[in-house]
Structures are given as C-alpha cells and as structure tokens.
Design a protein around this ligand. Structure first.
Ligand code: WTA
Length: 651
C-alpha cells in the first residue's frame, strides 16, 4: 500500500487556495527566483502593520537572521482587533470541557477578555514589555487569553506543559527568570479533577524569581494561597478595564519561549519572535488546512506544545478562523469522543497525533461510522511518523476516502509546518510528508551539504532562513549556533539541521526517517535521552545509565533505560529489581513528569563504550529492539559486555 498514490479530491481542489501541483510549482518557482520578494509580498498582504518594514531579510549576522526589520505590529491585534470590523460576532474559540461543558467565545468577547487579562497583568502585577511570564495551565480558554494578553503587553510567555513536574517547572522558571506565573487550581481529566497549583507551590519553594502567581479557577478544589504572592484571577478580573492599548512591537521583538528537549543537556528555551512567526502561522493555516470562512477547525494538541501554540491559538486566530479547544482526552468517556465532537460542531479540519490515531483505531475500528462526520474535509497528523496501517484507517474510516491527509512535518524550532501535502494539490503517498511548502528550502544532504542520491538517507536541512525560524536559545547564543548550525555546512556556510534524517524518492517526495540524534519521540513528544539520564543519575544507587528509544505499538517509541548500579542487587534479585525500577520511575516522575516514565529499565553489569568512553547508544537501541547486532563491536572497550546485556534483556 505504501507505494499507492492518492490524488486530491477534485471537488475540494476546485475551491482550494492551492489547487494543483502547477499552482504549487509556480509558488516554489516564485520563491526560488526572488526569495525576499516572495516573503515581502506575503508579509505586506497578511500582516496588519502599524509601521511598514524596511528590509525583508537581514543575513549580516548569520545564523542570527532577522526578518521584516523596521516593521511594527502587535500579535494580539493581528489575532483579534483587526477581525473586529467584519468578524466580531464570529466564534473565535469553541471550548469543550472534559465533562462536556461548553463555551463559545466570539472575536468581540475574545477582545474583551484578553484586554482585561492584559490590564490585570499590567496594572496589578506590573508586567511589561520583555518580562517573562510562565503559563502552567490546563486546556481552558483562559490559557489562550493569557498568551494573547502577554502578546498585547509585549511580555514573553513561556508555557510549561501541565504534565511536567514541579522540578521541570522550576528549571524552566529559573532559566527564563520569570516574574509571574499564571496557573489554575487544576482541571478535569477523564471525569476526575487533577491539580496544578500545588505543583507550582513546590516549584516556587526556596529562592525564585517569581513575584506573583495568578490563579484561574477551574475545578474549584481546595488549594493553598500564599499571601502577597498568590492572587485570584476570578476575584480580580471584573474590576479591570476592557481596553488595554497594545504595545508597539518590533518585528523581531520576542513573542514567546518554549522549552524543548535536545540531545544533550537541559531543555532549551526556543525563542520565537513576533512578525515572522505570526506570518507563517497564518500562511500555513491557510495553505495546509485550507480553512474557509465558515469552517470549524479542531487541533487536539495541548497549548503546552508548539502545535498548540501555532495551530490552536496563533495560526487560527491570525486568519480569523473558529478554533476548538478541548480540555479532555480522546478516549473519555469512550473512543467515540472525538467523532461525537466532530458531529456536534461540524468540524471541517481535524488535526491530531499519530499516537492518538493508533489508540483510537485500536479501541474502535468502526467507531467513527457511528457518527455523522461527513463535515470533515482535511485530516492532519503531526509529531511523529504515521505508520501505514494507522494512515489507512484514518483515511478510510475517518476520512471516508475523500479527505486529504496532511502529514505535517515540523518542529518547535521551525514555528510552523515545513514539509506537508497541500490538500487540494498534492498527490499523497501514505505516511510521507511529501514536499516542502513553497518558500521552504528543504534538502537532504551530507554534512558537507552534498545532496544525497535518490533513496539514500541523509541530514534533513532547511538551507535558507525562513520567517518563523527559531531566533535564539534563550540566554545562550552559543548553544543556538552549536545545536542548529553546528553540524552541516553548504558551500562553506552553516545551514539549519533539523536533527532528523530523511530521504527523497525519484519523484521528489521527502520521507522522514526519524531523529539522527539521541532524542526519543514518545507519543509525539520529544524527550532528550540526556534529560532522562540526568534524572536517573539522581538516584544514589545508580552508577551509570544510558537511555534509548524502543519502537512501541501505540506510543511510537517508549523509553528504555540501561542502568548500572553502584552495588549489585543481591540474591533476591527479582524483587529487588522490581522495587528498584519503581524507585527509579518515581524519580523520573518527580524530576520530569509522567511523560518520561521508562517502560523498560534493565540492570546491566556495564555499558558498551568506545575506548574514549563514549556510550554506543546505537548498540543499545538494537538490543532494545531485539535486533541482531551487526555493528562492529571490536572497537569497544569491552566487547563481551554486548553479549551479557543481550542475555539480560532477552531473559
Ligand atoms: C518529529 C512537533 C515524522 C521529528 C511539531 C521532529 C515528525 C520532531 C513529524 C519535532 C512528521 C514531527 N513525520 N516525524 N510529520 N512531525 N516529527 O518539536 O523528529 O515537538 O524533529 O514539534 O518530531 O517535535 P516537536
């Protein structure tokens, strides 16, 4: 099946923004012939500038690129105010809670609530341009209001996913030197309340840069209040004025930070700036999802991840669309939840992660057919490769073989989609991200920039800067350069390397082959092996540890840890093992959060290392997969360790 090509639905193509591959190639050509002209024209057309930009792209300080210099704008106005003329009564956000409660927020109402929130932050807590505000929130509309309120003031938000632990939250607060935290008492998941505020309390113990905590009420559970630090949003918001002048921002003023895992060290604060980011967020919404004025669009991500930033909040609102925010999980109360919501809201574009598709498929092959989901036009996936069986089910059972599936490849660092089918144009090859979007120059190359021959795996690079690219690693320019521009050069110039491998077929289709570094992709979430290893090393019994990804039926990858202990476990081995595994996973939950829990932890007498002491994770990955070791192990410090580890894993 994987070689079969699926043509776009001709009826859909008729009205699509990009209607054919001819259209697509024309845009690609336009960008190739006049790169700055291409981007400059779109920037003029799509952004409501307060002052026009004077330069499209400045490369003089490469790889610190700047876009649309001289331009002034405010992203919250781009997302709200400019729609008030013709869309004020249009629904901007549809919220559905875990328990089914609903809220429809029009653009006018969104304006009202964001302005009030901005005034609360500004007048009561002194938040101003450039301040960092950490948002640790559930999926409720106030999370979007908080983001947009920061944008209105020019404050830089840094959202920390609600599944991260107090330690992880503390690290991110420290790194960003955040002044304010916005959180909620908690929220609901699978019919039950869960808590967030106590996690914030722990994260703020001891010395902290945080002065104030704003708490939104959601589940109304009891929480403790620290006097002089914690304030109730619900008690204070009514008194705020609903008019807050938007700060005039430069194109390159920072909009937000979002921490993400790399292959080494602590998470990096990926910095996105204002104009370039919002431009591409809007353009990709229009091209890739092709949302029409009366459409309802739903992305199931969490605002704690980049997908939630760009494709729940910023992209949809910048284009004036109706976006759904869902607090719950796709499997509660049953595997029909998503399809029920699609039926009820007449969802036209549905965007989710392969891991959710695999779970829903497994739980109910025919579940979608129990609902009227005929409103669907475009289905999207993101975050990890989608496997052909999941793709087929999505295409046939969810999309009734008439919807395009846009397998969107991108990263926190890229701000928006890089490689993706266009629903009205691209003949789709299942489980393949297909072609780079117009304006994006994606190449599969060797480290010296030589293009890889057809069918051969190489480094996936974006070889020209693009408007929504990462601008910096917060507070660490050197790390920015080293992490993204340290591996591949083209014509002697450092180019952006994604960290992913890819290959191109004879027709030019790009297939992502997965990370080339030590990043593990668990249910579409990036986990750095170094981070998990650092957490495990906090246990005083642990001598050494190496963490790798192991293919997992539902999660894509699971985390597999090889641990050597300071003292061998004794005779009652089995029980000791179980207790130790539990202890180690408890540490991981504390240091990072549940998302980093290891499915496998094995205790081994040593790790395969080169003579210079480098751990050969490649060998450990093969063992975890149950593959035969084909790599040359003769260069290892102690080749016999491989057999010993294999015996333990396969026991
Ligand atoms: C992986 C998520 C295959 C890839 C938006 C990338 C994908 C990492 C795809 C970024 C896809 C994302 N096919 N792999 N369509 N989309 N990835 O930063 O390894 O959370 O580098 O951004 O996810 O993950 P991140």
């Amino acid at each position: 099946m994987s070689e079969q090509i699926f043509q776009p639905n001709p009826k859909f193509a008729e009205t699509a923004r990009i209607k054919s591959m001819d259209d697509y190639y024309a845009l690609v050509k336009k960008a190739e012939e006049n790169y700055e002209g291409f981007w400059g024209d779109y920037a003029k057309e799509k952004i409501t500038w307060k002052e026009p930009f004077t330069k499209v792209l400045n490369e003089s300080n490469a790889p610190f690129y700047s876009w649309f210099e001289g331009g002034k704008l405010n992203v919250s106005e781009q997302c709200i105010d400019r729609h008030l003329d013709d869309k004020k009564n249009k629904v901007a956000i549809i919220f559905e809670g875990d328990n089914g409660d609903k809220e429809m927020i029009t653009y006018l109402e969104l304006h009202y609530r964001v302005n009030k929130f901005a005034n609360l932050l500004k007048n009561e807590f002194g938040v101003k341009k450039g301040d960092r505000v950490v948002i640790y929130m559930p999926m409720i509309p106030e999370a979007a209001f908080a983001m947009l309120a920061c944008a209105r003031l020019g404050a830089i938000h840094s959202i920390v996913f609600g599944g991260f632990s107090a330690e992880a939250l503390r690290d991110r607060i420290q790194d960003a030197q955040a002044k304010v935290v916005i959180t909620a008492d908690g929220a609901y998941r699978k019919g039950k309340p869960y808590m967030l505020k106590p996690v914030v309390d722990t994260a703020l113990e001891g010395e902290t840069p945080v002065e104030k905590v704003v708490v939104v009420q959601r589940n109304k559970e009891d929480i403790t209040w620290v006097s002089g630090r914690d304030y109730s949003y619900n008690e204070m918001i009514d008194a705020q004025s609903s008019k807050c002048e938007a700060e005039v921002m430069d194109s390159e003023d920072p909009l937000f930070l979002l921490y993400t895992s790399g292959s080494t060290g602590a998470p990096k604060g990926v910095q996105h700036n204002s104009a370039g980011y919002i431009l591409w967020a809007q353009m990709t919404m229009e091209w890739v999802f092709d949302v029409k004025p009366n459409d309802t669009y739903w992305c199931t991500a969490d605002v704690g991840w980049i997908t939630g930033h760009t494709y729940i909040v910023y992209g949809p609102l910048a284009m004036g669309a109706t976006t759904v925010m869902f607090e719950g999980v796709p499997t509660y109360p049953d595997a029909g939840r998503c399809w029920k919501m699609v039926e009820e809201y007449k969802i036209n574009q549905f965007y989710t992660a392969p891991t959710a598709i695999r779970v829903l498929h497994k739980m109910g092959e025919d579940e979608p057919s129990k609902y009227d989901i005929s409103s669907l036009k475009v289905l999207g996936t993101v975050g990890e490769p989608i496997d052909p069986p999941a793709w087929k089910w999505y295409y046939e059972q969810v999309g009734s073989s008439k919807c395009a599936i846009v397998d969107t490849y991108w990263q926190t660092e890229t701000g928006g989609h890089m490689i993706s089918p266009l629903p009205g144009a691209t003949p789709i090859k299942p489980a393949c991200a297909t072609f780079a979007l117009p304006g994006i120059i994606a190449e599969v190359v060797d480290v010296d920039g030589t293009p890889k021959p057809i069918g051969e795996k190489g480094h996936l690079c974006i070889t020209k800067p693009w408007p929504s690219m990462i601008r910096n690693v917060w507070g660490d320019k050197e790390r920015y350069v080293k992490s993204y521009f340290g591996d591949v050069t083209k014509e002697g110039k450092a180019v952006y390397f994604t960290g992913d491998g890819a290959m191109i077929d004879e027709k030019g289709y790009i297939t992502i082959t997965g990370r080339m570094d030590d990043v593990i992709n668990v249910s579409g979430h990036r986990m750095g092996s170094a981070e998990v290893e650092a957490a495990l090393k906090k246990d005083s019994n642990v001598a050494e540890v190496a963490v790798v990804g192991k293919p997992h039926e539902l999660k894509g990858e699971s985390i597999f840890a090889y641990v050597t202990l300071k003292t061998a476990l004794d005779e009652t081995r089995f029980e000791d093992d179980v207790a130790m595994v539990k202890e180690l996973n408890t540490i991981i939950k504390k240091e990072i959060g549940n998302i980093a829990v290891c499915d496998n932890i094995v205790f081994v007498p040593g790790l395969p290392k080169t003579r210079s002491g480098k751990i050969m994770r490649r060998i450990l990955r093969s063992i975890a997969k149950g593959e035969e070791i084909t790599q040359d192990i003769s260069t290892l410090e102690d080749p016999s360790i491989v057999k010993q580890i294999e015996a333990i894993v396969n026991a």
